[in-house]
Design a protein around this ligand. Structure first.
Ligand code: HEM
Length: 452
């Protein structure tokens, strides 16, 4: 490490609790937003127990973490809160334990793999569109976000697990996951966290939330086992063995894998679609071209990947929504050895947190960053952009495995919905963000439909 490296700027924080009080009062997004506004693209927060969070919002720093020195920035203890809820799985594992899981899951998520899932995606979308036509075409208000969560969950159920999942299961497990996460974060902020077995009120609530999640996921696995042997990612997991032990995955390993795929695979995409309708209500100029593409490509029936090439504006709209409202805005890593980024000392043991939402609005890299301009994602326009200035799915080996899945699913859903309906949202309706790792509206988004 260079001896000239400077210490990172940041607020003093209180002894023992660091800046955790600010986190508790203002929420994680506002805390990092304020830190960035006051101290710039690389800054540090003090955490309890002498730990430090390093917030990174410059593409060069992000490239260092995700590419150049990626072995030095592991998921490590930064992922402990998620691990406490979901155990060891494709998202949380590291090293060899991660690599075999990625190899096993990868075929389902390549272009060829997702192509095989398009028929089921299309069927689920068409069924929703028909239901909307029956229930909401008269213009009565409904909770669009809730509908989109149910849709993406049904798609994950059909495509990855080969089972039909109903909306109530998603809602109660979504709530259980959020509850578990907030308790786990509170444990992280406490100076002493008692083991789960000790029945403190927080531990009891956590155990109840985990029981709800486990019930839902155990039900999925039982139904998949009893199914007709359809080849899905879950059936591959049912037949997989752990390369270290050679044994089939036990019940807990299976559950940990399914729980994570279930959560990672639906809420993020539902959030992207929700923000898309929210953004379109404020950008009517972007809608005409979308409707033209939907009329061409949004009819029900078989889908091939060629369809997605014929919906370029739809893709650009989604990319712009992912820029302004990235569903996964914080990518955390643990620093293994001291490093230097941009002349600043990055201490071993720190949590390096990539602030995707601020990176995406960095004024050096984006013209008029707060404006909704899908034209910036036209192939020619985006060609000169810094590779690490736009990372809704992260980058490097731990990049989102589901990115093609999510984009195709969203393009298809948008085209088929817009072919049938004008979706109206009140552009003045206030919006509150949920306290979740997914950057999404809290308490639903109300919409009305008009048949086209
Ligand atoms: C718009 C939708 C989505 C967004 C914005 C998104 C975002 C992300 C991001 C940022 C990461 C990296 C996290 C990190 O490195 O700390 C990630 C990883 C992951 N995502 Fe997604 N995701 C989306 C959809 C999906 C879908 C549909 C699936 C599965 C069906 C999925 C499964 C995963 C998995 C398994 C990982 C971990 C990959 C690994 O570490 O090897 N995601 N996602």
């Amino acid at each position: 490490m260079s001896v000239e490296a400077r210490p990172l700027p940041g607020p003093p924080g209180l002894p023992l609790v660091g800046s955790m009080l600010t986190f508790a009062q203002r929420g994680v997004f506002d805390t990092f937003g304020q830190l960035h506004a006051e101290h710039g693209d690389l800054a540090r927060l003090r955490l309890p127990g002498g730990k430090v969070a390093v917030a990174v919002a410059h593409p060069d720093g992000v490239e260092r973490i995700l590419r150049e020195r990626r072995q030095n920035y592991i998921k490590g203890s930064s992922y402990d809160p998620i691990r406490l809820i979901t155990g060891t799985n494709l998202v949380t594992a590291e090293g060899a334990a991660w690599a075999w899981r990625r190899r096993l899951a990868q075929p389902a998520f390549t272009r060829e793999g997702v192509t095989k899932l398009l028929a089921a995606m299309g069927d689920s979308i068409d069924a929703m569109v028909e239901r909307w036509a029956r229930l909401y075409a008269d213009g009565r208000p409904f909770d669009l976000q809730r509908e989109l969560v149910a849709l993406t969950m049904r798609i994950v159920g059909r495509t990855l697990f080969g089972v039909e999942l109903a909306g109530e299961g998603a809602e109660s497990s979504g709530r259980a996951f959020d509850a578990a996460l907030s308790i786990v974060h509170a444990r992280g902020a406490a100076s002493v966290a008692l083991p789960l077995a000790i029945p403190t009120p927080g531990n009891l609530r956590l155990r109840r939330a985990l029981a709800t999640l486990h019930r839902e996921v155990d039900g999925i696995i039982a139904r998949a086992r009893a199914g007709e042997g359809e080849e899905t990612l879950l059936s591959a997991l049912l037949h997989a063995s752990d390369p270290e032990t050679g044994a089939a995955l036990d019940a807990v390993q299976l559950r940990d894998e399914v729980i994570m795929l279930y959560l990672a695979g639906h809420e993020t995409t539902a959030t992207l679609l929700t923000w898309t309708f929210w953004a379109l209500a404020r950008a009517p100029a972007a809608v005409d071209e979308l409707l033209a593409e939907a009329d061409q490509g949004g009819e029900p029936g078989p889908v091939t990947p060629a369809l997605f090439e014929s919906l370029p504006w739809t893709r650009q709209v989604l990319q712009e929504v992912l820029r302004l409202h990235p569903p996964a805005p914080l990518v955390p890593r643990t620093v293994v050895e001291d490093d230097v980024i941009g002349g600043y000392r990055i201490p071993a043991g720190a949590h390096a947190v990539i602030l995707i939402h601020l990176l995406h609005r960095h004024p050096e890299f984006w013209e008029a960053p707060a404006e909704f301009r899908p034209e910036r994602f036209a192939d020619a326009a985006i060609a000169g952009q810094h590779r690490y200035a736009y990372l809704p799915f992260s980058a490097g080996p731990r990049t989102c495995i589901g990115n093609t899945f999510a984009l195709w699913e969203s393009q298809l859903a948008l085209a088929r919905i817009l072919r049938r309906f004008v979706v109206e949202l009140d552009p003045k309706a206030p919006l509150r963000l949920a306290a979740s790792t997914v950057h999404r509206p809290a308490g639903g988004v109300i919409a009305r439909l008009r048949a086209r």
